[in-house]
Design a protein around this ligand. Structure first.
Ligand code: AMP
Length: 285
């Protein structure tokens, strides 16, 4: 992979795009590839189910692995190369260097999943070192992850520009996720509660509510109304720092992590002022 990427880079007119994934590809992943294809050539996709970002009691062993159909999808999507290393290539015996973004990686997802983001930033750093792309594409569905990767790129002076792309959803609002296959029919129905809760927050914000506590109370009420849902967190945070806010004034996220049965789902709503000093807000699901 390094040799192929090095050869591509030797022609300075070439712009390399990288789309890192864990496979089990869906339309969300493909939207990143489409975006990359508009801005880069060649586009490289990677598939690596990264053991270091799963906790000991998480779903590493049962995470869906659908390599054959993934590689067909990537071919049809016009990807130029697929990089699918094995765990021993990425983490040979004696591997002992990690990348961690302090602070940001301890909150929210990081608090619920200790060590998760250290695994993410370490593997993303390695993928960026191997491919050295001009652009790398991430989904805003994983808002905190995208923010962390952008912070890492800035802090470590990486030459890759991190591009964050909108979430792709099912027609009923459920954000596409490789983990949605874990849901049975009843849970699949219940899982729409995340989107419905975000819609509630949006309506209140659009009606002028800015108090985070009030918004959070409505979010909770909505989420608790779903029998199969168990809330891990439902927070309104500053989009830069991911610290909780008291009032929605600048760019913020409404962040949700909810268990539907045994499956943990995350989703978010990104909110920003329409223009720098505007009271009016724009919403991005
Ligand atoms: P994953 O395979 O889950 O690690 O995801 C690989 C990339 O796809 C990450 O940057 C995710 O944020 C992104 N992604 C996952 N789900 C979606 C979605 N529904 N819409 C857009 N991007 C997504």
């Amino acid at each position: 992979m390094k040799e192929q990427a090095r050869q591509a880079r030797a022609d300075s007119r070439i712009i390399i795009g990288l789309v890192p994934t864990m496979g089990a590809l869906h339309a969300g992943h493909l939207s990143l590839i489409e975006r990359a294809r508009r801005e880069c050539s060649p586009v490289i996709a990677s598939i690596f189910v990264n053991p270091k970002q799963f906790g000991p009691n998480e779903d590493f062993s049962k995470y869906p692995r659908t390599f054959e159909s993934d590689s067909e999808k990537l071919q049809r999507a016009g990807v130029d190369a697929l990089f699918a290393p094995g765990p021993a290539e990425i983490y040979p015996n004696g591997f002992s260097t990690y990348v961690n973004v302090d602070g940001l990686s301890d909150r929210l997802e990081g608090r619920s999943r200790p060590g998760h983001f250290r695994g993410v930033t370490t593997v993303v750093m390695k993928l960026l070192q191997i491919v050295q792309p001009n652009f790398a594409y991430f989904g805003r569905k994983d808002a905190q992850q995208s923010r962390l990767v952008a912070q890492m790129a800035r802090d470590l002076n990486l030459d890759t520009k991190i591009v964050v792309c909108p979430a792709v959803r099912e027609p009923d609002g459920l954000a596409l996720s490789s983990r949605n296959v874990y849901l049975n029919a009843e849970e699949r129905q219940a899982a729409t509660v995340l989107y419905r809760a975000l819609e509630t927050a949006k309506s209140e914000l659009a009606a002028g509510v800015r108090d985070a506590l009030q918004l959070q109370t409505s979010l909770r009420r909505k989420l608790d109304s779903e029998r199969l849902a168990k809330v891990d967190y439902a927070e309104i945070v500053d989009a830069e720092t991911f610290e909780p806010v008291l009032h929605v004034r600048k760019a913020c996220y409404v962040l949700l992590a909810v268990f539907i049965g045994k499956t943990r789902l995350i989703d978010n709503l990104y909110i920003e002022p329409k223009s720098p000093n505007s009271e009016e807000l724009v919403f991005h699901f």
